[in-house]
Ligand binder design. Sequence first.
Ligand code: DOR
Ligand code: ZN
Length: 354
Amino acid sequence: MSDTITLDIDAPDDWHVHLRDDEMLDAVAPFTAEAFRHALIMPNLVPPVTSTALAVAYRDRILAAAGPNARADFTPMMALYLNDQLETADLLAGATDGVVFGAKFYPAGATTNSAAGGTSLLDYRGTLEAMAGAGIPLLVHAESTDPEVDIFDREAVFIEQQMVPVIEQIPELRVTVEHISTRAGLEIVRDHPQVGGSITPHHLTCDRSDLLANGMRPELYCKPVINSREERIAIATAATSGDRSFFFGTDSAPHPLSKKEAATVAAGIFNAPYALEVVAELFHEWGALDKLEAFVSHHGVDHYGLERAATKVRLTRRPDCEGDPAQSVCTAGGAEVRIFGADAARRWTWEPIR
Ligand code: DOR
Ligand code: ZN
């Protein structure tokens, strides 16, 4: 019989989140704004966020949707979508103005709303060199779109074919391998000091048997797809190790049930409401709660050269499962979105303390 655990940590950040727009934005933004200080906002709207002007307007809509319980220091960090529409001068000006934080590369067709993405990272060499010079980070969805490559090998193939050349040819560029799903992702991060890696709650806690073994569970379908048990254990080992190259990014990606329970299922897991609870329970199971703060609150800001938080959050774990956490949220128009991680929310709660 274990006791109640209380843990005070510096305010955490979410270094990868999809907030969408319109009614969906209104329904989901408050969860992120209440829990996280920085939220790195993905630009894969339709049409995508490819200019500073679009990013400013989107940031305003996010702040308007953040709700009455948003953290006072909640800060949407805006990324531009790296494609042929993006103008390097506009990206640099947006960064100088403090509006644009980074640029995100999606291989066209790899995932939800990536149709406007690129074919090859090195096609954007001029922009990447300018970003390196200005200290603007490159955020990468690392997944090959080659239909001949098995879905579970696509992260490794993309890294070898596209990321290694960029990292070696432009070594001053700060790069993030987002939502790491395999050892290939862990390795490229470990091998290069300028490369960081974000890790999601679902890649930390689920493997493809959870997705496929006991009835197919579309709510666990995301990109990059959840991989093998061995990969999951390697990812959890990295996250709980205290290695400063790895940090938290939820990849919370809401879709209405009509898109998640369909003949062709949309990729994306909505985890923002219980993301902290899920990662806290994983670190508890791994006997690594002493490393949780570094993973969720320090390594990301350190990688991006930002100040650590001056405020704290208190996490509490109760030994007995309690309560009945909501399993879904609804948009104003009545679309239901399932929430990942309710089990962890039966044990863990959190509140801002300063
Ligand atoms: O599962 C995913 N969903 N992966 C992504 O890269 C995009 C995201 C989304 O926007 O739904
Ligand atoms: Zn994402």
